[in-house]
Structures are given as structure tokens and as C-alpha cells.
Ligand binder design. Structure first.
Ligand SMILES: [Zn+2]
Length: 301
């Protein structure tokens, strides 16, 4: 079975939605531990206004630090041209732009329609950015807390627009509304339209379907997944709910299926311990951390 690539998004998606701030020094130690565990790509922060999201105020420093880790692809999120310029200055290897497929979510979140947001990303892509990858992430691609249903046609159209100038396109279940049948259908429709430009799947475990959705996407040919250690982060729209699909559980699922992730689970648990020490009151999730590895478990070769 072919291998998968996992991007750890805990330092960005997790901490951005967490209730507790992680000190900069602890973030660095955590990112180093994640890289030690075998993660080759980490979304380390976002270039949003620090006044809006204090947890991301140190992103430039974190990007600079993460760049010193050999072999690590350092990803940052940017919501607009200003954020993109800051990401380039800081030296991010890859910048991801969220474009909401939900009109209501987009207008309330970034005060732009999805079409205006696509144009904002197009403007960014036109800025010289040698060696820096640009990813367009279609967020709320499977449903929205404001709008409810997000038409699949809207998702396909936005993904196709982004594919014109982005290096890769991802589909994100930002609020944890997706189910596996829907995941298969939407990924298939978008792939029919943009082919190999469709790369990543970003799922949240809000309603417990994170792993099922990841497996459905895998079966549709997706080989690149976002996840966060301990499912860190929660959901701003569902108090008490967990965050992203859980890295430890995702790695276990794939490895036990014989699908290599390149990630060492024991070292991943060590990284989890560092994270929970740094923000001890923040809720974390995950079955693997509670149950441990089953007897006779063998990682994929
Ligand atoms: Zn997310």
C-alpha cells in the first residue's frame, strides 16, 4: 500500500483555537519533538493580526526557528496579501490560504465573498515567491455552522479557481460536518475537475468521524493529511468539542493497515507529553494515548 504524508497542524490550528497560550519556548521544543518523531511538514502558525489572535503573535519567530530543523517543511497560514508578505519575510516554505466555500462564513470571517477571497489569493500568487509553495485550502467544504449545507458545486468551482494559480488544493472540513460518503463524493468530483492539483485533506473530529473521513479520502486516492497531536484545539462553534483529527490515532490507523507514515509512535507520545506539560489545563483527546499500542503491533515497513 502506498505511503501517506501527514502535516501536523497542532501548532497552528490547535493553538489558534485553544483556550491557553503556549509560551514561545515551549512551542519550539514541541515543534522539535514533532520533527524528531518523523513529521516532515508542520503548520507552525498563522500570519493574522496579533491583536485578533494573540496565540499567533510569535509566528515569525517560530517560522525562523522551525527553518533551522533539517528536512522540515515549514508551513504558515495567511488570510490575505499582508499575511502572505509577512510569511515570505519570515521564510515559510509553504503558505496556505483558507478560502471558505460557505458564503456566509466567508463574509463574516474575512468580510469578503468566496470569489473576492479567490482574487485575494490570486494577487498573492502573482507576487514573486521563489521556492515557496502556495496551497489553496477550501474551508467549510463539507458544511458550515452558519449556512448549514454548502453546495458541492460551490466547492468544485472554488477548488477549480484556486487550482489555476496554486501549487496544490486541499479540502477542509473546518467544523466537523463531513461524513465518509460525502467525503468520497466531494473528493471524487473535485479530482475529476482539477486532477493531481487536489492534494490535501483536512478533517476535524468534532463529531467523531475524523478517522472515518480520513480513510474515505484515502480510498479516493488522497495521500496527504492534516492532523493535530491530541486533537488539540476544539471548535469555536461547538464548545467542548475536540479539534482536528488526532495525529496519534491517524498514524496508528495507517501504520496498522500497512500504510507507512514515516512517524514513530513512541516519539509521538513523547511530543504529546511535552505539549500537555506546556498547557496542562487544555483538553486533549485520542484513543492511542489512553490504550497504548496493541500487543504484536508492527509498524508499516
Ligand atoms: Zn482546521
Amino acid at each position: 500500500m502506498s505511503a501517506v504524508h501527514i502535516c501536523e497542524v497542532g501548532p497552528r490550528d490547535g493553538l489558534q483555537n485553544a483556550r491557553h497560550l503556549m509560551p514561545t519556548a515551549a512551542k519550539k521544543a514541541w515543534i522539535r519533538a514533532l520533527a524528531d518523531a518523523g513529521l516532515k511538514e508542520i503548520e507552525v502558525g498563522s500570519f493574522v493580526p496579533p491583536k485578533l489572535i494573540p496565540a499567533m503573535a510569535d509566528t515569525a519567530e517560530i517560522v525562523a526557528f522551525a527553518r533551522t530543523i533539517p528536512g522540515l517543511k515549514v508551513v504558515a497560514l495567511a488570510p490575505n496579501l499582508k499575511g502572505f508578505q509577512r510569511a515570505l519575510e519570515a521564510g515559510a516554505h509553504k503558505v496556505t490560504f483558507p478560502v471558505s466555500a460557505s458564503r456566509q462564513h466567508s463574509e463574516s470571517n474575512v468580510r469578503m465573498t468566496p470569489e473576492q477571497m479567490v482574487e485575494e489569493v490570486r494577487k498573492c500568487a502573482a507576487v514573486p515567491h521563489p521556492g515557496v509553495e502556495i496551497e489553496g485550502a477550501v474551508s467549510t467544504a463539507f458544511g458550515c455552522t452558519m449556512q448549514g449545507v454548502v453546495p458541492e458545486d460551490d466547492v468544485v468551482r472554488i477548488a477549480a479557481a484556486l487550482a489555476e494559480f496554486c501549487d496544490g488544493v486541499a479540502l477542509a472540513d473546518t467544523v466537523g460536518y463531513a461524513n465518509p460518503a460525502q467525503v468520497r463524493r466531494v473528493f471524487r468530483r473535485v479530482r475529476e475537475r482539477i486532477g493531481g492539483k487536489l492534494e490535501g485533506a483536512h478533517f476535524h473530529n468534532t463529531r467523531g468521524l475524523g478517522l472515518a473521513n480520513a480513510l474515505a479520502a484515502y480510498e479516493e486516492g488522497v495521500r496527504s493529511f492534516d492532523s493535530s497531536l491530541g486533537g488539540l484545539g476544539g471548535c469555536p462553534f461547538a464548545p467542548g468539542a475536540s479539534g482536528n483529527v488526532i495525529t496519534e490515532d491517524l498514524v496508528f490507523m495507517f501504520e496498522s493497515m500497512g500504510v507507512a507514515t514515516g512517524i514513530d509512535l513512541a516519539k509521538l507520545f513523547a511530543a504529546r507529553a511535552l505539549m500537555t506539560q506546556a498547557i496542562p489545563d487544555e483538553p486533549v483527546y485520542g484513543h492511542m494515548a489512553l490504550a497504548g499500542l496493541p500487543k504484536g503491533f508492527r509498524a508499516a515497513a
